[in-house]
Design a protein around this ligand. Structure first.
Ligand code: FE2
Length: 367
């Protein structure tokens, strides 16, 4: 950072990701059992809430909140009705929530939550929020004066059932799917309103198969801790997975959360044992992958058995794998990623992946 171009929105990282879901109790069980998340905090009827219940789970630095409505007429219930289970909040950890709110709203962000102080015996937090694409929001979390387990209003959640973790460490990036023609609107929003820079751009000639295509740009904040690729559908002979998402999500929203591990073979092996379903890759992928990516440290046979994909850029390589959607609508899914020097996002795998996704789409009759 230089003084002529100061970072007006310094971000320390992702604070949490909040999902609005139909049944938070069952979703929490799934994220514990299948993904190895650890119980952290709870809020609901027992803590004085009357309209919602939230479970907070953590693994490494990744925190998920699973929130459901307890009453028929609520913003949460309406969100679930429209979108199915999905991401409502991408919370960003800041040192000064009031300043984050002022800097972004003065540049055109639509306010979602005016700066609000919440406190309990463990101190206080300041929360503020702005709208982003679709019905998704950013909350700016200032927690430097708070010592509690999560946020005021939450109590420690200590169930007897505590499956072990699977080695997930932090949120590597989070991808937004936006509606037709909206990619540049939202990349400009991240540039102008939040001070992000564009990392990489590729167009539909890069990412297309015989049938479907997408366009994507990657926006990153000043210190690189926060990376948001933004996708929009592109015209192909058939419906792309982005268009399918937008159709079923009823608009723009978070497509996937990429979670980093430093041992993808262990992590993916565990996830598979616990019932997480991944996209399959064509067998032919591994016949040609070495020509594309060169030598890697891992045993290719082991990666093939786990279905892990490989890509390389100027700085190194990466290992990655994508789950199938984790709800019945073909919308939100997860990526597991291990970086070995590469800072890119697996562009070389997109074609192989798209062909895999199209096979799934064909089965759903939505291609
Ligand atoms: Fe990704």
């Amino acid at each position: 950072m230089n003084t002529s171009n100061p970072d007006f929105l310094p971000l320390n990282g992702t604070d949490y990701v909040e999902f609005y879901v139909g049944n938070a109790k069952q979703a929490a069980h799934y994220y514990q059992t299948a993904f190895g998340f650890q119980p952290l905090a709870y809020a609901g009827l027992e803590t004085g809430l009357t309209d919602r219940t939230s479970y907070v789970l953590q693994q490494g630095k990744i925190r998920f909140i699973l929130t459901t409505a307890l009453v028929p007429d609520s913003e949460i219930g309406e969100h679930v009705k429209q979108h199915g289970d999905g991401v409502k909040v991408v919370a960003l950890w800041v040192d000064d929530s009031r300043k984050a709110f002022e800097e972004t709203t003065s540049r055109g962000a639509k306010p979602y939550l005016q700066p609000t102080v919440q406190s309990d015996a463990n101190g206080e937090v300041v929360l503020s929020g702005i709208h982003i694409y679709g019905e998704t929001v950013h909350i700016f979390v200032e927690r430097k004066n708070y010592k509690g387990v999560f946020l005021p209003g939450y109590v420690k959640w200590e169930p007897e059932y505590q499956p072990t973790d699977v080695g997930l460490k932090y949120v590597d990036h989070m991808v937004g799917n936006v509606d037709w023609g909206q990619m540049n609107i939202w990349t400009e929003f991240y540039a102008n309103v939040m001070g992000f820079k564009q990392l990489i751009s590729f167009d539909d000639t890069d990412i297309s198969t015989e049938y479907t295509a997408l366009m994507s740009k990657v926006m990153s904040n000043n210190n690189g801790y926060i990376k948001f690729p933004i996708n929009e559908p592109a015209k192909g002979k058939k419906k792309s997975q982005i268009e399918e998402y937008v159709d079923y999500y009823k608009g723009s929203g978070v497509q996937h959360v990429a979670m980093a591990t430093d041992n993808i073979m262990f992590t993916v092996g565990e996830l598979r044992k616990r019932g997480v379903e991944f996209l399959t890759v064509p067998e032919t992928y591994y016949e040609t992958v070495t020509e594309r990516v060169g030598l890697i440290e891992e045993d290719l046979k082991v990666l093939q058995n786990l279905g892990v994909l490989i890509d390389r850029d100027d700085e190194g390589y990466l290992l990655q794998l994508f789950t199938k959607p984790v709800e019945d609508r073909p919308t939100v899914f997860f990526e597991i990623i291990q970086r070995k020097g590469a800072k890119s996002f697996g562009k070389g795998n997109f074609k192989a992946l798209f062909e895999s996704i199209e096979r799934e789409q064909a089965r759903r009759g939505t291609l």
